[in-house]
Design a protein around this ligand. Sequence first.
Ligand code: AHG
Ligand code: MN
Ligand code: MN
Length: 359
Amino acid sequence: MPNGRTTFSKFIIEQQNRLETADTDLTALLNDVQTACKYIASAISRGALNGRLGSTAQLNVQGETQKELDIVSNEIFIESCALGGQLAGMASEEMEDVYPVTNPSKRGRFLLLFDPLDGSSNIDVNVSVGSIFSILRAPEGKATVAADDFLQPGTQQVAAGYAIYGPVSMIVLTMGDGVNGFTLDREIGAFILTHPNLRIPSDTCEFAINTSNARFWEPPVRRYVEECVAGRTGPREADFNMRWIASMVAEIHRILMRGGLFMYPRDSKDPVKAGRLRLLYEANPMSMIVEQAGGLASTGYERILEVQPSNLHQRIPVILGSCNEVRRLDQYHADHAAGTDKPFESPLFNTRSLFMQPV
Ligand code: AHG
Ligand code: MN
Ligand code: MN
């Protein structure tokens, strides 16, 4: 390998070889996912040149307008992975029902769940977007998989990852043994290991949340953000920085590079929705990556990876990133449930800052 570089394909073969549970089918499936990501990176990098920017007239199962590239990316995942012989079925943000592999000669032992294009509402303004994927084991002895077979807690994931399509394109992958990042070298058409053993710092002074929803947040999240924004003279005694890219892949990538906290918490904007992000193909794979890099992922009340899913497109509150900040938010939720956060919400607390100001 020139300059001792390790390609994505070589890396997953070698990592599997080190394991007693080595599984060549998983290696082959991850290679198919890699191929899908290369095609999507290529389609996206063409921008308006191939005439596929913009929205379609269709809504997906979530009631969201589908972008042309949402549909293109979904098709690329299906074409790259369906007939490789490793899958029993697929589920996607852009498909209401599961996609079973019905041909017995092509049927494999895994399930692939994906968000083919995350952050696609921003695709027309040229910010970083991505693909998110999660791999589960298919139940044994069933001729055809159904939606129920995908309703496994995130702890059951065999592998998870994302591709980010930005100034450079990367794949970030975990197979349950740490997190590694690979940069697409377009000249040779290969993802190269450039970010081995990614670790999220335990502490951070950077958080990400869509503050236009502030009036709908629950008290523990309001408390946390108000304390951060209060800065050096507030209860945290530190200045915090805020970021909101509105593209989860880009936010999680930033957190893996330099730490931080990302939240899309439960809010009362639409009481039918428990959160914005989807459990099976957004929250679970990202939570596995974040935990494998030393961070934490919580709903505020419980570990995301232990949530028992109840339906394919279920939404979930998401708080993930640097472990000490996630723990703090869990504590604020517990304080609120126990009624012990009252001092913060009382007028007395709100005048507290007066004591800090020079008189
Ligand atoms: P998707 O494009 O797959 O529907 O996901 C978009 C998600 C996520 O990427 C981002 O964090 C969030 O939606 C942005 O939500 P707002 O539009 O409320 O900022
Ligand atoms: Mn998404
Ligand atoms: Mn999407």
